[in-house]
Design a protein around this ligand. Structure first.
Ligand code: ADP
Ligand code: MG
Length: 269
């Protein structure tokens, strides 16, 4: 199979908050249809990198290419078209507390499309179904558990049928069983829709389960990039230091385990 052009290319990307540079020249590609996990300790710049990729922070220098377009060099309209094809699930879910779950999911559709209300209604129900939240459209976010809020945020990120999906710490703050359900959801999205998925996490077990490739970031620099196997086999001291904090997960057994967990979860939902 011919290698497709990268969906995202970062070239010497630098990002600062005021005088302080946080990302010091990030350089890597994201391939079409892969799940790339961005790993790194707290404060290493992972969220800043994602926020920059979705346009919430401006690079101080360097380039971001998305689908072959340098996003700093294109028109407002072209950028808007690219934005429509990306979905983001934020670290803290970021649902609007004063709107129902359904209204939250419908927001991108109302903002980016001229679809009829009745069509939007059908689409938001489909998206909620995809994340295991069928029937919750009239609930308020405050009535949902932590894991359900994350799922609702994923449904909203899926609203526009994005080609690229970003997740910032999708399982942070969730208990292990619910977190496993979110991992399973990401695996399903990848399998069913062949989306390009970029996940920031510091959970190693989750990372090894969902990733095709991984990028390790430390203090605003890329330390290593490679497939899960390459990372596992890496002799680079900083990679070993990061990966050996906890025992390596038994991915085979874990997949079966996750399968049963999510089936149970579905039955109870
Ligand atoms: P991570 O997601 O890897 O934990 P972040 O990207 O959130 O890291 O943060 C990287 C560094 O940037 C940290 O030192 C953090 O304190 C700083 N930082 C993050 N957001 C801001 C901001 N809005 N203004 C100033 N500094 C920030
Ligand atoms: Mg973060």
């Amino acid at each position: 199979m011919r290698e497709a052009n990268p969906v995202i290319s970062l070239r010497d990307l630098r990002v600062s908050y005021g005088e302080i540079e946080i990302l010091h020249g990030i350089h890597f590609d994201v391939k079409a249809g892969e799940t790339l996990v961005i790993l790194g300790g707290s404060g290493s710049g992972k969220s800043t990198l994602l926020r920059t990729l979705v346009g919430l922070e401006k690079p101080s220098s360097g380039q971001i290419w998305i689908n072959g377009q340098d996003i700093a060099a294109i028109s407002h309209e072209e950028l808007y078209e690219i934005r429509k094809k990306t979905g983001m699930s934020f670290q803290g879910s970021a649902l609007f507390g004063s709107m129902t779950v359904g209204e939250n999911v419908a927001l991108p559709l109302r903002e980016h499309t001229k679809l009829e209300d009745s069509t939007i209604e059908i689409m938001l129900r489909l998206k909620l179904e995809q994340v295991g939240l069928a029937g919750f459209e009239y609930h308020m976010p405050s009535q949902l558990s932590g894991g359900m809020k994350k799922r609702a945020a994923v449904a909203r990120a899926l609203a526009m049928d994005p080609e690229i999906l970003f997740f910032d710490e999708p399982s942070a703050g969730l208990d292990p069983i619910i977190a496993a359900g979110i991992d399973q959801l990401i695996l399903e999205l990848k399998k069913a829709f062949h989306m390009t998925i970029i996940v920031v996490t510091h959970e190693l077990a989750s990372a090894f389960l969902i990733a095709d490739r991984m990028v390790l970031i430390d203090k605003g620099n890329v330390v290593a990039i490679g497939t899960t196997e390459e990372m596992r086999a890496s002799a680079q001291p900083r990679v070993r230091q990061f990966l050996d904090r906890v025992p390596e997960p038994d991915v085979e057994g874990e997949l079966d385990y996750l399968q049963t967990l999510t089936e149970q979860y579905r039955r109870h939902a």
